[in-house]
Structures are given as structure tokens and as C-alpha cells.
Design a protein around this ligand. Structure first.
Ligand code: BGC
Length: 867
């Protein structure tokens, strides 16, 4: 007996606004081991009872249950239902429960105009405004769908009811080229007669102050709203209501709101009086820039109550939420009408336990609220977000209670797909911190930090963390969208900017661009190749490779064109092994020379492009890329590995050469031993952004597992567990963000919520627990179990929701004996590779006679061996 228990649409659990039939993946529930599908059938219909089909695949022979894309013509703004059944060993299962998706404006028949309640005179203003219109509906409504978006940020209401749960919509894209629109089914919000449509607008990334250069109006000077409501009546007719000059505008009670700056709200001004509504202005914006947002909008993803209310030695009243996060504080407040209250969000208390705001730099992170009545009022911010664990009640009535305040956690809505646990509490906290580092920085754009006047889509940070992120949450829609922006921002010559969306180039001086460059940094710009590649490995989605292929090639050819005589990529300012501890201390650059790190990344990207070309069937191109790769690898080895001797003697150089498999296989164990010795000698890691993610993998893959565990388990500075011991709840930007004596490193650049060093997560899951994908059958069609028990742990386990369902592993040690329990989802397979020298004691249903590796199918498996 087997059934289909879940269907994913475009690898996600929800899909609204899609413009082509989603890619389907389905998961089975069955007790049967080694389950393999042999055939399937897909149906799609506009009615949930599937009476009138718009698509029927018929019974199709096929083993795949992931990545199936039906080619069906769809109409705009419709809800479609999909169901699947499948066969195995000649038997068909019942039809799955239907899932549905809502289409976006496929026809792109945009009729609306962008309208603004502001005028150009408001350009220096970050106030909130309302836009409204009353419409009349005289016939019974069959279905109503609205497409909405804004230049700035917006919330949308029908008859006073909020539509959707999105926050900070429409999110942040390369607005000059792409703007996400949201699609909502709003039938139930409309009534016969008059209906009010209303948007609330804020400045956001579009026109508020942004970047550490503190510039505003980066994309425009007036916020503007766009909406297009399609109403289908039961009599078959359709009516469209679109934003135009007939709407009215007014100021809202939001007196000020900016991403970094916080929000000021005057509840006394809650509803504009009749006479305050004025005409709106139309704002030009190219409608063909509109892109549907189909999943993973920013939402309130959780609430955290105050853990502690304290008074600092300086007398400041402080709320401690116990967790560093991105979001805002929502609160109840009492006091007479007109009372003004004010709180500041911040990350850490200083050495003496007082409020510490310096590392926020110019970001104000302040909420100010003016009471509109004498009664208790409740406030939730609209158009800002804060990075914080604490809030300082700078100006607040004496009667404030802990339960007046709640922190609402904001991030892109991505279901959690991965978990890790082990017998060591500090490592479990590290895992928690990695996950919260992600939550704190995945707000429509993968940002470097959520608190200071920065919060930018630094490509390097995104690149090194992407494989870890793919394990932890379902990143598909999130990365797909961001990669679209990367393509939009990539220069014609292939250069990828340091940050995406690129808000640094437009404000850089010509001299800066000439001498430093705002793009083309190795390891950063390689996000163009590495992020899509990692997504492909995690999901098996070839469409993401197809979509990014040109961009990948362009980036590689940018590097090709800037090689020096020795075949090294050489271009303007490079960040290299950023923040490594082996530098001269004068700059954030480490000791590993950038020509070396550039060459490494050039090879890494070239290899990804070569492999992608092959997967996509561009065989000639693949052959040409492979040829080039061989040539460059030969030259790299001649330059840096003469006779198997690594000439760059830094930890990062060793780690990178090994993790990226650039050294000949026969010298890798020797190099890994040298790396392990070097770590012993130095006593700790000294690596930065580039070397750190490679370290443990380099050791584990080459016979130095013990050194990898030792490195991980170090509790002193510098190491992953040092911040944990200091009470961190997220990953820090610097190993010594806070020093043992409680002092901080320079406030110029000291974020306590910076996911980059969380890239160790990749090693924890793939080697620490041993749950890995396999490039030969990506998307976990073949799960690569290769646990490497070690350190002081007596067990470790990891679990990941793959496109096939749950995959899991747990190893447990008792003396010399290790038991490995594994779960393989139906219609997937697995390979278990035990550490060298393992002597298998029991392995029901498996045959380990010939070595330590074994392939098997779905189900629960257990293997016992002596280490
Ligand atoms: C960011 C980093 C980033 C770096 C590059 C910093 O300000 O926070 O994480 O990659 O700049 O220069």
C-alpha cells in the first residue's frame, strides 16, 4: 500500500502568481522498503472536483517524482488544482489530495498606473501616505484577483481588512529593472455595493536612506502604488479596476519610517479627515519590469516574549528578548492622549551591562509612538525593521510591563527543512545560532547584517553560506528571485557587483569605480555560479541552471579576460580571505594573497560552468570549458603546487586547495596532514571568509577527521564555540566581536548577526552527522551518507526534508561500537560510506562483504560497526 502525501509546486509548498505551470515534485507514504515508482499520472483542473480537466498526462511510464513540468497553457488570475497518482510494481495508488496554485498576470495586460500621494517636494520625506478609491460592484462575483505592488513599501486593504500576510512588500529587487508584484485572491473580501480599496505606503528601500553612504532617493523620489483588480462575475463578464488619477491620497499617521531609522507614528492622526484627501499624481514606471512574486514573501515568522526586564547600571530600562533577531517590537501602551513613547532596539549590552548602540553606526532603530486616545493602545510598526535582542525604553511611562511588549520575528517565509542535534550542548547552540543567523538575514535579499546602516546583499556572504542555507530551509523561491536580481545587475562585460541589488555603484565616485571597482571581486561575484549550482545540488532543479547559465558564463569570461601573464585573474580591489586573522592587522584582508584566492575561484566557477553545460546538453561548450579548465588547472598546479608542494603557506590556502580538490588526489592526504600540523602549531584557526568554510571539509575528506572535530570543539577565541560560550544566539561577524574581557572589537564593523561563519553548518550536516547530497543524482535522489563520528560526541543526527521527503541519519557511539540509523524517503536511494577501517557487525538487508560502502533504497536502515 502506498499513497502520495505531499506535492511541491516549483519546489515550494505554496505558489501564488505563477506564470507557467509549476514544476511538480511528489512524496510518497509507504511502509515498503526500496520503493520505486514506475509510472505516474498528473491531472489539472479549474474545479477542485476535477470535472473539467485542463490537463491530463495520461498514464506515463516514469521513475522521476521530482522536477516534472507539465506544459499547459494557463490563464491569468485563476486558481488551478493539481493531483497526482503513481504506480509501483504494477499497482496504482489512489489520487493524491489536490493542491492548488494561483496564476499571476500571464497576459501582462497591465492597465493600471503607478499613483502617488506624494509630490516631488516630498523627496526628502520618509512619511507614510494613504491611497484610496471606492468601487461599486453590482453583480454577483465569481472570483476576484488583484495584482498589487509599489515603489516603496505598501500594505493593502479592502474594506478595512488587510490583504495577505506580507510585510515590507513588495520586497527589494533591482527596482530599476525588476519589481515584484503580489497576486491575491480577494473574492471573499468584496461585497455587493461600495467597496473601499486602500494602500498604505512607506519609503522603504526605494526612496528612504540607504547604505553606509547615507544616501536617499536611490531609486526614485516619490512612493507610488499600483493595483489592478480583476473581478469575474457569475454571469461570465469581467471588470477591471486599476489604479489611476481618480484615486485620492492623504498623509498617514506614519510620520517617518525608514529601513534603518525605525518608525514614528502619531495615533492622533489615525484616519485622515474627509477634507484631507487630495488628488494623486501619476509616476512613470515601466510596466514590463513587473515580475510575479510566487513564494517566500517576508512575513512575521514568530513571536518572542520579553525574557527579562532589567535596569542597567546607568539606569536605562531595557527589555531582553533573549534572542538576536530581525523584526520589530509590537507593544501596548497606556497614558493620556498625546503621550509620546520611544524605544531603541539594539543587539548587545556593553561590558558594564549598559545599552550599546555604537555598532549600529548611523542606524537609529528607534520606534516613537504618540498616543491618540486616553485608552490603552496597541502598535505594530509598518515600514521598517530592526536587528536586535534588546530594546531600551528611552522614554516610556513608569507602568510598562514585560507583557506589554512582544518581538515579532521577520524573515522571508521559507519552511525549515533541516535540523541537526548532537550530544554536545555547545554545538547544538551553534546550530541554533546558524539557523538564527539565516533568519536574521534572509529578508527578501540575503543580507550581511540586519542592524547597522548596511543590510546589503553582499554577494560573498551569500555565496559562502548558500549550501548551509539550502540544508536548513527551503530556499528555492528566495534564491531564484535574488539570482534574477544578480542577472539584472550584472554588467554587460560579465562583472557582478559586490552587492545585489547594487546600491553601491550608483553612489560611488568615478575615482572609486576606476581604482577600487564596485564589482568583479573574486569569491563575491562567484555567487553567480556557486549559488545556482548549490541550489541545483540540493533540489535537482535543472531549470535554475538553465536560467542562470548565461550569467555564469559571462562571469567566467569576465575573469578570463582579466588574466595576467601567469594566468591569474587580476582585477581592482579584491576582498580575498576577508577578516582572516593572519593579515597584517591594518586591513581586514588576510595573509593569503589575492592572486591565489582569485585563481582558486576562477577554477571553481569554471568547473561549475563546465558541469552545467554538460547537464544542460551543451556538449560542445562543455568540452571547450573542460579543456580550458584542464589547462588552467595545470597552470595553477605549476604556479602553486610544484611537485605537490603548496607554495602558499596559509591555513586558508591549504583548506581551499583541498576542499575544492585542486591538488592531485595523491598529494591531498599529505597536504591535509600539513594543514592539521599547521593548526596544531598555530593552536587555532586564523582563516577568514574564504578559508573558514573549507577547513573542516578539507580535513575530513582527507584522513584528518580528528583534526576537524578538534577545530570545531575549540571553546576559546578564535573558533565557532567561543561566541557560543559568550552567550551568542546568532553568528558573529568577527570571531572576537566580544572579547573575553567583555570589550568589543571596533564598532565600525561589528555585527552580532552575520551569517557568514555559519557556513560551518554545511560540514556539520554533511560530515558531522553524515547526511549529504550526491552530485550524480542531485536533489537527494541519491543520498550520500558518510558519517565521520569524532570529537567528544557520542551521537549526532541530522534530518532534511528533501524533494522526496524526509532523509535522516543518526550515529551513536558506545565504546568502539557505532550504530548508524538512516531514513531514506520513498523513490530515493542512498549510499552509505563508513569511515576507513570500519568493521561491520550487523547490517540487516545489506551486504558489506566487499568494503565499507553500500547502496540501498528507501526505508529505515541500521548498520552497526566497530571503529
Ligand atoms: C560586510 C561583509 C562584506 C564585506 C565586504 C562588510 O561590510 O558586512 O560581510 O562581505 O563588507 O567588504
Amino acid at each position: 500500500m502506498f499513497t502520495i502525501k505531499k506535492i511541491l509546486l516549483d519546489f515550494m509548498e505554496e505558489a501564488a502568481g505563477v506564470t507557467s505551470f509549476p514544476v511538480l515534485s511528489w512524496q510518497f507514504a509507504t511502509e515498503k522498503k526500496n520503493f520505486r515508482q514506475s509510472a505516474f499520472q498528473i491531472q489539472a483542473a479549474e474545479k477542485v472536483d476535477f470535472t473539467q480537466l485542463i490537463y491530463d498526462s495520461g498514464e506515463m511510464a516514469g521513475k522521476d517524482s521530482n522536477g516534472i513540468k507539465p506544459h499547459v497553457k494557463l490563464q491569468s488570475g485563476r486558481r488551478y488544482y493539481v493531483r497526482v497518482r503513481a504506480a509501483a510494481e504494477g499497482k496504482w495508488c489512489p489520487w493524491s489530495e489536490p493542491v492548488s496554485f494561483l496564476t499571476g498576470n500571464i497576459a501582462e495586460n497591465w492597465q493600471g498606473k503607478f499613483i502617488s500621494a506624494e509630490t516631488p517636494a516630498d523627496k526628502d520625506n520618509s512619511k507614510g501616505t494613504y491611497l484610496r478609491k471606492e468601487i461599486q460592484l453590482d453583480k454577483a462575483v465569481e472570483q476576484a484577483v488583484i495584482y498589487t505592488t509599489a515603489l516603496g513599501l505598501y500594505q493593502f486593504f479592502i474594506n478595512g481588512q488587510r490583504i495577505g500576510r506580507e510585510e515590507l512588500a513588495p520586497g527589494w529587487t533591482a527596482y530599476q529593472k525588476r519589481l515584484s508584484y503580489q497576486t491575491y485572491e480577494v473574492t471573499e473580501y468584496l461585497k455587493n455595493g461600495r467597496n473601499e480599496l486602500r494602500a498604505h505606503m512607506g519609503a522603504g528601500w526605494y526612496k528612504g536612506m540607504l547604505t553606509f553612504h547615507h544616501v536617499r532617493n536611490l531609486y526614485g523620489e516619490q512612493t507610488a502604488f499600483f493595483g489592478q483588480l480583476h473581478v469575474r462575475y457569475t454571469d461570465g463578464t469581467e471588470e477591471v479596476f486599476a489604479t489611476d488619477e481618480s484615486w485620492l491620497g492623504a498623509d498617514s499617521p506614519v510620520l517617518f519610517a525608514e529601513i534603518y531609522g525605525g518608525e514614528t507614528y502619531d495615533a492622533g492622526k489615525a484616519e485622515p479627515e474627509a477634507g484631507m484627501w487630495h488628488k494623486v499624481q501619476c509616476v512613470d514606471y515601466p510596466l514590463n519590469n513587473l515580475q510575479p512574486q510566487t513564494a517566500s514573501p517576508i512575513r512575521v515568522a514568530g513571536e518572542i516574549p520579553v525574557q527579562k526586564m532589567l535596569v542597567t547600571p546607568k539606569g536605562e530600562r531595557v527589555l531582553d528578548f533573549g534572542q538576536n533577531m530581525s523584526g520589530w517590537v509590537t507593544f501596548k501602551v497606556r497614558g493620556a492622549k498625546g503621550t509620546q513613547v520611544k524605544l531603541h532596539c539594539f543587539e548587545v549590552l556593553d561590558k558594564d551591562g549598559n545599552v550599546y548602540l555604537e555598532n549600529l553606526r548611523e542606524a537609529k532603530e528607534t520606534l516613537t509612538y504618540i498616543k491618540g486616545s486616553d485608552a490603552e493602545e496597541v502598535f505594530t510598526p509598518h515600514f521598517t525593521y530592526q536587528g536586535f535582542q534588546y530594546a531600551w525604553l528611552e522614554d516610556w511611562p513608569e507602568d510598562a510591563q514585560a507583557d506589554d511588549f512582544t518581538a515579532q520575528v521577520l524573515h522571508s517565509d521559507m519552511p525549515q527543512t533541516g535540523s541537526f542535534a548532537c550530544s554536545e550542548k555547545l554545538i547544538n547552540q551553534l546550530q541554533h545560532n546558524i539557523l538564527w543567523g539565516l533568519k536574521g538575514n534572509f529578508l527578501d535579499v540575503p543580507t550581511d547584517c540586519p542592524q547597522r546602516d548596511e543590510r546589503l546583499g553582499w554577494t560573498g556572504d551569500a555565496e559562502i553560506f548558500s549550501s548551509t542555507a539550502n540544508f536548513l530551509v527551503n530556499t528555492h523561491a528566495f534564491y531564484q528571485k535574488w539570482l534574477g536580481d544578480l542577472v539584472a545587475e550584472q554588467a554587460d562585460n560579465g562583472a557582478v557587483p559586490h552587492v545585489v541589488p547594487d546600491v553601491l555603484t550608483p553612489v560611488a565616485s568615478p575615482e572609486m569605480i576606476e581604482h577600487m571597482g564596485m564589482d568583479g571581486a573574486s569569491g563575491w561575484a562567484d555567487a553567480a555560479t556557486i549559488v545556482p549550482w548549490n541550489l541545483y545540488l540540493a533540489t535537482g532543479d535543472t531549470a535554475i541552471l538553465r536560467c542562470q547559465y548565461d550569467s555564469m558564463k559571462k562571469w567566467v569570461s569576465f575573469m578570463d579576460a582579466r588574466m595576467d601573464e601567469q594566468g591569474r585573474f587580476n582585477y581592482k580591489m579584491q576582498f580575498g580571505d576577508w577578516l582572516a586573522l593572519d593579515g597584517d592587522g591594518k586591513t581586514p584582508l588576510g595573509a593569503t594573497p589575492t592572486p591565489f584566492t582569485c585563481s582558486v575561484y576562477h577554477l571553481v566557477s569554471l568547473e561549475i560552468v563546465a558541469r552545467s553545460a554538460k547537464i544542460l546538453g551543451y556538449l560542445q561548450e562543455a568540452a571547450a570549458f573542460n579543456q580550458k579548465l584542464e589547462k588552467l588547472l595545470r597552470r595553477f598546479r605549476a604556479n602553486y603546487l610544484p611537485e605537490g608542494e603548496l607554495t602558499v603557506k596559509t591555513q586558508s590556502a591549504y583548506a581551499m586547495v583541498l576542499a575544492y580538490k585542486l591538488a592531485p588526489a595523491d598529494v591531498r592526504p599529505k597536504l591535509a596532514k600539513e594543514l592539521a600540523d599547521m593548526l596544531e602549531e598555530d593552536g587555532h584557526l586564523v582563516t577568514g571568509f574564504m578559508g573558514t568554510p573549507c577547513l573542516c571539509q578539507a580535513l575530513s575528506e582527507n584522513g584528518q577527521t580528528a583534526a576537524a572535530w578538534k577545530l570545531l570543539e575549540r571553546e576559546e577565541f578564535p573558533g565557532w564555540l567561543y561566541p557560543v560560550k559568550q552567550g551568542a544566539t546568532t553568528i558573529w561577524e568577527h570571531w572576537d566581536g566580544k572579547r573575553p574581557d567583555g570589550s568589543f572589537c571596533s564598532p565600525d564593523m561589528n555585527s552580532f548577526n552575520h551569517y557568514a561563519y555559519g557556513a560551518i553548518g554545511d560540514w556539520l550536516y554533511r560530515y558531522g552527522a553524515g547526511l549529504d547530497y550526491d552530485e550524480r543524482e542531485p536533489g537527494y535522489k541519491l543520498i550520500n551518507f558518510h558519517p565521520q563520528p569524532g570529537g567528544s560526541l557520542h551521537f549526532a543526527e541530522a534530518c532534511h526534508e528533501t524533494p522526496y521527503g524526509k532523509a535522516a541519519i543518526k550515529w551513536e557511539r558506545s565504546g568502539r561500537e557505532i550504530t548508524v540509523k538512516m531514513t531514506v524517503p520513498p523513490n530515493a536511494g542512498a549510499r552509505l560510506t563508513l569511515p576507513e577501517g570500519a568493521s561491520v557487525q550487523a547490517a540487516e538487508g545489506l551486504n558489506f562483504k566487499n568494503g565499507t560502502s553500500q547502496v540501498f533504497g528507501s526505508g529505515e536502515w541500521e548498520v552497526r560497526y566497530l571503529a
